[in-house]
Ligand binder design. Structure first.
Ligand code: UDP
Ligand code: MG
Length: 315
């Protein structure tokens, strides 16, 4: 029997957990052909979340948990979930039931069809402000422009991953994690499933705008070093203007026999030195970018098949 691990990061979710368990129990009962593991990662909750999880485990052996020493954030909770999951595939799900468990059979069906990474794409986002929807849309646009890897839009972390994707993700051990970009980075056979995102059942969102901006910047900077290239791009037009102005002043000097004015000399000096400074910043940035990529220590590639056999990324 194949085993499915459902990974649920939970931070102050005492109100959602009983409802979540009820719905998961129904779902698991309807999928008799699979073994289940519900792996909670308690991310340093300050309420009764861990007690509730422990209580659930007494009733139901399928409930497992990793309890963090403090709050490390959802991204770290997710990698811990991957490290401790024992299933043949894992499903990431939020504790607040914004990701309906009833979608799981469909995800599993595509997994059985041979897909490795089946992600749920939001058709609608209930209970979210237009500002959040708008900013998230713009963000995906910018991120896509900056990188060469295809990024799935309107996708959260709700997805099913085959064991080999799990093993691959476990190799990406950078500390400033942006899991969403990692799902894109690993590649493999992806499949999209549409769903309606529900509002939170209980409690309140753990995000605020500052956290979201943090996440957005992490997303860009962990994925690409192209912002570092900015100064190189600014240096080029600066030198171009310097050159044109220099030709203009010299030409005037020789053709019209007009003396070089003090202000012209000053403009030339400013352009010259600021151009050099921006350029040097750019060079430093290029090297910094290289160091950054090396220190991430990622595997250089991931293999899909070897001699017709699926590569599981165990090594
Ligand atoms: N979460 C977590 N650690 C945190 C913040 C959130 O493990 O520091 C969990 C939270 O319990 C929930 C999921 O991450 O299961 C998504 O959080 P939330 O619903 O607050 O985010 P939103 O759906 O509003 O984006
Ligand atoms: Mg939520």
């Amino acid at each position: 029997m194949k085993k499915i691990s459902v990974i649920i990061p939970a931070y102050n979710e005492e109100e959602s957990l009983p409802i979540l368990y009820e719905r998961m129990e129904k779902l698991m009962a309807s999928m008799e052909n699979y073994e289940f593991e519900i792996l909670f990662v308690n991310d340093g909750s300050k309420d009764k979340t861990i007690q509730i999880i422990k209580e659930l485990r007494k009733k139901d052996e399928r409930i497992c948990y990793v309890d963090f020493s403090r709050n490390f954030g959802k991204e770290i909770a997710m990698i811990a979930g991957l490290d401790y999951a024992t299933g043949d595939c894992v499903i990431f799900m939020d504790a607040d039931l914004q990701d309906p468990p009833e979608l799981i059979p469909e995800l599993v069906k595509y997994w059985e069809d041979g897909y490795d990474d089946i992600y749920a794409k939001r058709r609608s986002r209930k209970g979210e402000t237009w500002l959040k929807k708008f900013t998230s849309k713009m963000y995906y646009k910018v991120l896509q422009k900056l990188t060469n890897i295809e990024i799935q839009r309107d996708t959260g972390d709700f997805r099913l991953l085959d064991r080999r994707c799990v093993n691959a993700l476990k190799k990406l051990r950078e500390s400033q994690r942006n899991t969403k970009s990692m799902f894109s980075w690993i590649g493999y056979q992806k499949k999209e499933v549409l769903y309606d995102r529900d509002p939170r059942v209980a409690g309140s969102t753990k995000w605020n705008y500052i956290k979201l901006v943090d996440l957005a910047i992490d997303g860009i900077t962990s994925f690409t070093t192209s912002p570092l290239r900015l100064s190189t791009f600014i240096a080029i037009p600066t030198f171009a203007i310097l050159f044109l102005y220099f030709v203009y002043v010299i030409a005037k000097c020789f053709v019209v026999h007009e003396m070089i004015q003090a202000y012209q000399a000053i403009i030339l000096l400013i352009l010259f030195f600021s151009g050099i400074q921006i350029l040097l910043f750019g060079i430093v940035g290029e090297y910094l970018g290289r160091i950054f990529n090396e220190t991430k220590n990622r595997p250089l590639y991931l293999v899909n098949e070897y001699n017709g056999e699926k590569e599981m990324n165990e090594k």
